[in-house]
Design a protein around this ligand. Structure first.
Ligand code: URP
Ligand code: ZN
Ligand code: ZN
Ligand code: ZN
Length: 484
């Protein structure tokens, strides 16, 4: 059995050219003109691109007294419908819970996944067991990224001493630390003040975490990573203050990666001023949506390369779940959806407007992510030997985004009513057609865990340099006698 994608134009992060792609056993086996196989997929008029990788999703996430509503089945189905063929979720150990025990719980959620997935491990506290288990997580469990929440005080948040200890451990293990960068102490204090003043609606969620809160934490995390001698990945970079910190660090030579979300690129803070409580609450997420000025900064970062990838932070709660926070915005579960809409929205607002080239689009939705997470070229590539995670992209297909026709299990969509042009004709996951235009052919349980090896090059370079410039005792002769 072989499949040939015929008549399309291959678009990768660095090349655009006409060729057919032949697939066997879930992998790309040949790229070239006039290929034939048992099955043919017509790609005339389409771009053949590496499937999207979403580096930041929360499926069935236990959070704020409930669970996010999309699980690994509906979440990966939504992703495939929008051209995303791999997702990376976050394993979140409870207070004092073993990392390995938490990982077992996360493994148990994935049996119905329709597409491949991987995990980041969260560090939610610090002790000797966490220190020891981090090594097992990296060496035996195929996870090379550790997430640190600088916000959500009293729940997931870690303090600077814990974070610095973990960053140093990441440096030793060849792992990459991730941060949710918001100053959790300031957010907690501002939240209490706003509530005491009677400011309890969803708009106050945004008032409680202004851009400075994110900029400060981003700077702090960057400084700690620099001192620990480790690269850093900043999730959901939403504002100029955070972007500026990342830009500055990169100019200084640091490997710091920024991840704007499709929501922050295309939706703004005016959503929170909507008179309809449900409309505003459905858009409550951290960091909140920002002004147009911040959006421009994020687009500029993608264009210039100071920001590296585009994610969704897909964490979908139903309207009923959002209503836990009526009368107290601090109880509105934080999170929005986007898995199905990331690629079409970025293509429409990025490529169709001339803000991004097609190759930049592939880089920020797939290839850069695969490289940063160390799964390239198994994922994120159209190359012989790579997994056949492919999207055959029809730049002329249009639709109006609507909750009525979406794959996600929630009852609304934050992009409701938006017109998109550029949609999958086919999405293939390891060679199997999961989406054919509007027809969903996903197979529950087809998705596999993708192991990610520890980083060799960057961590080694950083530790070599760190050793070279380490503080050294000055050897002196003729030291004077101790004074009296
Ligand atoms: O509001 C958000 N972003 N919810 C998901 C958890 C997180 O902070 O990423
Ligand atoms: Zn976060
Ligand atoms: Zn998140
Ligand atoms: Zn299968």
């Amino acid at each position: 059995m072989s499949t040939v994608i015929k008549g399309g134009t291959i678009v990768t992060a660095d090349l655009t050219y006409k060729a057919d792609v032949k697939i066997e056993g879930g992998k790309i086996v040949e790229i070239g003109p006039n290929l034939s196989g048992t099955e043919t997929l017509d790609a005339t008029g389409c771009y053949v691109m590496p499937g999207g990788i979403d580096p930041h999703v929360h499926l069935e996430m236990p959070f704020m007294g409930t669970y996010s509503s999309d699980d690994f089945e509906s979440g990966t189905r939504a992703g495939l419908a929008g051209g995303t063929t791999m997702v990376v979720d976050f394993c979140l150990p409870g207070p004092e819970q073993s990392l390995l025990e938490a990982l077992q719980m996360w493994d148990n959620k994935t049996s119905r996944a329709n597409a491949d997935y991987s995990f980041h491990m969260a560090i939610t506290g610090w002790n000797e067991r966490v220190f020891n288990e981090m090594e097992t997580v990296v060496r035996d469990k195929g996870i090379n990224t550790f997430k640190h929440f600088m916000a959500y005080k009293g729940a997931l948040m870690v303090n600077d001493d814990e974070m610095f200890a973990s960053f140093q451990r990441c440096a030793e293990l060849g792992a990459l630390p991730l941060v949710h960068a918001e100053n959790g102490d300031v957010v907690a204090s501002m939240t209490a003040k706003l509530l005491a003043e009677g400011n309890n609606g969803p708009e106050a969620h945004a008032y409680s975490r202004p851009p400075e809160v994110e900029g400060e934490a981003t700077n702090r995390a960057i400084m700690l990573a620099d001192m620990a001698g480790v690269p850093l990945y900043v999730v959901h970079t939403s504002c100029e203050q955070a972007h500026e910190a990342i830009r500055r660090a990169r100019q200084k030579g640091m490997r710091v990666y920024g991840e704007p979300l499709i929501q922050h690129l295309t939706l703004d803070e005016s959503e929170y001023f909507d008179k309809d409580w449900d409309h505003a609450a459905r858009r409550v997420m951290s960091p909140p949506f920002r002004s147009k000025q911040h959006q421009d900064s994020l687009w500029a970062g993608l264009q210039s390369g100071s920001l590296s990838v585009v994610a969704t932070d897909h964490c979908a709660f139903t309207t009923d779940q959002k209503r836990f926070g009526v009368g107290n915005f601090a109880k509105i579960p934080n999170g929005t959806g986007g898995l199905e809409d990331r690629l079409p929205m970025l293509w429409t607002h990025g490529v169709n407007t001339g803000r991004l080239t097609m190759n930049e689009f592939v880089a920020v939705t797939s290839t850069n992510i695969a490289k940063i997470l160390n799964v390239y070229p198994k994922k994120g590539a159209i190359l012989v030997g790579a997994d056949a995670d492919i999207v055959v992209w029809d730049p002329k297909r249009s639709k109006t985004i609507s909750a009525k026709s979406q794959q996600s299990s929630i009852d609304y969509n934050v992009f409701e009513g938006k017109e998109v042009t550029g949609l999958p004709r086919y999405t293939l996951t390891r060679g199997e057609v999961a989406i054919e235009e509007s027809t969903v052919k996903t197979k529950e349980g087809h998705g596999q865990f993708v192991k990610r090896e520890p980083f060799q090059a960057v961590n080694k370079a950083l530790s070599t340099w760190k050793e070279l410039v380490a503080p050294r005792k000055v050897e002196r002769s003729g030291i004077p006698a101790t004074g009296v």
